[in-house]
Design a protein around this ligand. Structure first.
Ligand SMILES: NC(=O)c1ccc[n+]([C@@H]2O[C@H](COP(=O)([O-])OP(=O)(O)OC[C@H]3O[C@@H](n4cnc5c(N)ncnc54)[C@H](OP(=O)(O)O)[C@@H]3O)[C@@H](O)[C@H]2O)c1
Length: 340
């Protein structure tokens, strides 16, 4: 339900969306459209949503080669620009998949060709673990040559990411699914530091320590699964998972503002300082409208801060490199990089 119900289809002025200033001085829209169809939504549907989202005011799109829809999104990006929105008004992110850590430049060029772009605004190393597993595989699947985080190897990949910037193919580079001890090493050794860290962030998984570390080190946290990913694949669900949109605190705030609980999650994210990238093919306008006007009060922000449950939804089990390990090993929960 959109509060401005008489105005449901009217575009939102992109100039009204707050921008995140990155360390380069570049401005990134503080909300973007996610494009992972979660095996349920086809590439054509996602590509249609990208066009529709641009028409209602989105300028930031979070893509990845592994989502299997960059070619379709590329056609939409071309149509969007043909319709008069300039390339420099768009912010397009893509990501290097895990089996391509040794083939950065050619892989990035492939994404650029699919997306029909001359450059990306942001290119991320999707996960810090180099291993291959087929798309859609079960969480119990293990790659025979799965590896832990090996900093020297990550830096070899990072040097190539830096080269992408020098080649003018990419404006910013960043990390994703990192932890504080891993980021400390990358920040120590990078020639071009990560502009962002993309990480799971929603009211039930606020990651305050990592969030603060990222902010204090001049990076921007991009928050994935900002609504708690209600449409995520079955393989990414466990009995312990909770849904922020069903939390009584979120439901009550939504009632007060006359908006969907999902929109409360987006408002909270932007007001807290991260950049949420909600996926949607049906509700993207409401999510964007949510970040313009009618802010959450300080008291509501405090109420949401208090409902963190440390509930990680995307656990990353497929990246485990040894039998019998639990997924926590991927996330350095003791504050040290989990030894090989
Ligand atoms: N870096 C990484 O490793 C990583 C990992 C996971 C995700 N991501 C990125 O983050 C994006 C977002 O994460 P996500 O797609 O998993 O989850 P999400 O954005 O938390 O949730 C998306 C789901 O919420 C529904 N929804 C959205 N807005 C709504 C609203 N206003 N009211 C009711 N329902 C609403 C959508 O349904 P409708 O389509 O029906 O609106 C969709 O099923 C991904 O698409 C991807 O780009 C990155």
């Amino acid at each position: 339900m959109d509060k401005a119900s008489g105005d449901e289809l009217a575009p939102i002025d992109p100039a009204a969306i707050s921008q995140r200033k990155l360390f380069t001085g570049a401005a990134m829209p503080a909300v973007g459209l996610g494009t992972f169809g979660s095996d349920r939504v086809t590439p054509a549907q996602v590509a249609e949503a990208v066009k529709g989202a641009a028409a209602v005011g989105y300028r930031h799109f979070d893509c990845a080669s592994v989502y299997g829809n960059e070619a379709e999104i590329g056609a939409s990006l071309e149509a969007i620009q043909a319709g008069g929105i300039k390339r420099e008004e768009l912010w397009v992110t893509s990501k290097l998949w895990n089996d391509k850590h040794n083939d950065v430049i050619a892989t990035c060029r492939k994404s650029l060709a699919s997306l029909r772009l001359q450059y990306l605004d942001l290119y991320l190393v999707h996960w810090p673990f180099p291993n291959f597993h087929p798309p859609g595989c079960n969480v119990t699947a293990r790659s025979a040559d799965a590896k832990p985080y090996i900093h020297e190897d990550y830096m070899k990949t990072w040097r190539k990411m830096e080269e992408l910037v020098n080649l003018g193919l990419v404006r910013h580079i960043g990390t994703s699914n990192m932890t504080i001890p891993k980021l400390k090493l990358v920040l120590r050794d990078a020639r071009i530091k990560p502009a962002v860290n993309e990480m799971e962030l929603h009211p039930h998984f606020q990651q305050p320590e990592l969030f603060n570390f990222v902010m204090e080190n001049g990076m921007q946290p991009i928050g994935y699964c900002p609504i708690g990913s209600p449409g995520r694949p079955e393989r990414d669900r466990t009995a312990e998972d909770t849904a922020p949109t069903q939390d009584p605190v979120i439901v009550e705030i939504a009632r007060r503002h006359g908006i969907h609980p999902a929109v409360v999650c987006i408002k909270w994210a932007v007001q807290r300082g991260q950049t949420p990238i909600p996926f949607s093919i049906h509700n993207y306008r409401a999510n964007l409208a949510g970040v313009v006007g009618d802010p959450l009060t300080d008291e509501e922000m405090r109420e949401i801060a208090a409902i963190d449950r440390n509930c990680r939804l995307i656990k990353g089990q497929v990246f485990l490199w040894k039998d019998g390990q639990s997924w926590e090993a991927l996330w350095d929960v003791d504050g040290e990089i989990t030894p090989p």
